[in-house]
Every structure is written in C-alpha cells, then in structure tokens.
Design a protein around this ligand. Structure first.
Ligand code: C2E
Ligand code: CA
Ligand code: CA
Ligand code: CA
Length: 280
C-alpha cells in the first residue's frame, strides 16, 4: 500500500481506507438517488431456445452516481440492504417496470413478461404482496406480465413470512423463479412446498460447460430433470457461446439469457427487438 502523508487523517477519518470511504459515501448518497433520478433499469432479453422468440426479459438496476460513475448493483444493493433503503428501491423498480409495460401497451408494442429481482430484506416487508398489487392496479398491468426472481436464501432465511408472501403473489398470477439455482441450499423440501414456476440455472455452471470436468454438465442435466419432474420451467443465465447453447438445447432447456444474444439494454433497444420479435 502507498505510504500515507502525515496529514491524511484530516481528510479521511482515521482508519478509513479508500474502499470504506467509497462505501460510506455511496450509502449516504443512496438516500437521495431516487429523487435525483439516478437509477435506471436495463432489460436483458430471454430467448426461447427452439423458436428464437423473445418471451420475457429481466430488469436489472443501474446507478449512475454523479461522481463515482456507474456503480454496479452487486456493490450498492448490499449497502441498501444494510440501511433498509432496499425497500424504497424495490418499490421504485416495480413501479418503473409497470410504467414501462403500460407504455409499451399504449405504443401498440406487444408487452412481454418482465422478471424483477428481490433480495431477502425485501421479503421481510409484511405488506410486500399488497404493495405490488397496488402498483399493478394503478398501472393497469396484468399480474401474468410480472415475474419475481428470488434466491434460495430468501426462502431459507425467513421461511414463514416468505412462504406467505410467495403464496399471495402466486395466487395473484405472478410467476415465481428461483435465481442462481444450484449454488445455495437446493432443498427439495421447500421446492415441493412453494409455488415455484421456474428454476434458473446459475451462470457459474453454464460457464463451465466447455471445461473437461463432467460434474458441471451433470449438475445442469440434473437441474433440468428436476424441473421437469416438478413440472417447472427451466432457464439458463449467462449463456455466452454457441457451444453452451448447443449443450443446453440438447438438455431440453427451454429458455436462455446471456451475452450471446444480448447484454442488458435500455428500454428503447428492447423495444426494437420486441417489434422485430425474435433472434432468427
Ligand atoms: P443476477 O440476478 O444473478 O443477474 C445476472 C447478472 O449477470 C447481471 O449482472 C447480468 O448483467 C449478468 N449477465 C447477464 N448475462 C451475462 C453473461 O452472458 N455473462 C456474464 N458474465 N454475466 C451476464 P448485474 O446486472 O450486474 O446484476 C448483478 C446482481 O445484482 C443481480 O444478479 C441481482 O442479484 C442484483 N440486482 C440487479 N438488479 C436488481 C434489482 O432491481 N433489485 C435487486 N434486489 N437486486 C438486483
Ligand atoms: Ca436475477
Ligand atoms: Ca443469477
Ligand atoms: Ca419508447
């Protein structure tokens, strides 16, 4: 590390290194990020592997910080969880997605289902399902156009509340997906008990398809057959190569998402793809 000048502790609090300072600053600025309109949603298309049709897309939040620039969600979402800001951000995401769907409808563009990510802190909200229902209603959005992505930790960390919320959401007609599947607990117990529609195979498995080790491919094969046995859909994330796509097609994985087709893109670019319809 660089040697510090004698006066540095006047600038930074003693013991505060650059990373701590950045987190401190970001956490502080998060509070005003919504009103300052610094957040943006990008959308990553998901493609039906057989037809090449874009059937849905995942909403991914972006934060354009006035001085730090683009801050990745993997950095600021955990900070927002610590302060509880995640609740307000989550509301903003749902609202923005619903407004977007409504805009597409009004422009005559056939809307597709949009998947929204939720963290465990958000599932501590007792009235989460009511909040989502209110936003759907005020934007005149059909619940079947919304999908919710949660990781297994959401279910395991607050089982009672999350089970109730997931049931309410599912009863409304909202799709439920398990994100990063295969990396967490993968408990068959909760899977059979909860109203889960889709398993999303984590990108770490997809990226190892071309490696020599058979075990990664075996995990994918197992997840696909598990999904089929439980009457669930299966989607693979992080698909970057034709080789990976061919393997997934042979496994009868239904939907794929990844840089091979598109990065997460701004709404207007997604619109162009929607008008065009498919990747064939
Ligand atoms: P995630 O839900 O697992 O999202 C997948 C991540 O992989 C995204 O990163 C996406 O941009 C990236 N990705 C997509 N295709 C490829 C590919 O082919 N190769 C590789 N290497 N990466 C790919 P991103 O956008 O940086 O988001 C990171 C995480 O932040 C997300 O992981 C999710 O956990 C969280 N996140 C993003 N948006 C939201 C949000 O609105 N709310 C909450 N609670 N979390 C969010
Ligand atoms: Ca996700
Ligand atoms: Ca994931
Ligand atoms: Ca437009």
């Amino acid at each position: 590390a660089k040697e510090r000048g004698k006066n540095n502790y006047n600038v930074f609090h003693s013991g505060m290194n650059m990373q701590t300072y950045r987190s401190f600053s970001l956490q502080n600025d998060l509070r005003r990020a919504i009103e300052r309109e610094e957040f943006e949603l990008h959308y990553q298309p998901r493609v039906n592997i057989e037809t090449g049709k874009v059937e849905s897309a995942e909403a991914l939040i972006r934060w354009n910080h006035p001085s730090w620039g683009l801050v990745p969600p993997l950095e600021f979402i955990p900070l927002a969880e610590e302060t509880g800001q995640i609740v307000e951000i989550g509301d903003w995401v749902v609202k923005t997605v619903c407004e977007q769907i409504n805009t597409w409808k009004q422009e005559g563009i056939p809307p597709i289902r949009i998947a929204i990510n939720f963290s465990s802190q958000q599932f501590l909200q007792k009235d989460l399902a009511d909040m989502i229902q209110r936003i759907l209603e005020s934007n005149d959005v059909h619940p079947e156009l919304i999908e919710i992505e949660i990781t297994e930790s959401v279910v395991v960390e607050n089982e009672e509340n999350s089970t109730k919320t997931l049931q309410q959401l599912s009863d409304m007609g909202i799709c439920i997906s398990i994100d990063d599947f295969g990396t967490g607990y993968s408990s068959l117990h909760y899977l059979s008990r909860l109203p889960v529609n889709t398993l999303k195979i984590d990108k770490s498995f997809i990226q190892k398809i071309s490696s020599d080790k058979k075990q990664h491919k075996l995990i994918i094969t197992s997840i696909v057959s598990l999904a089929k046995a439980l009457n669930m859909h299966v989607i693979a994330e992080g698909v970057e190569t034709e080789n990976q796509l061919d393997f997934l097609r042979n496994q009868e994985c239904e939907e794929v998402q990844g840089y091979l087709f598109s990065k997460p893109i701004v709404p207007n670019m997604l619109e162009e793809i929607l008008v065009q319809g498919d990747y064939k």
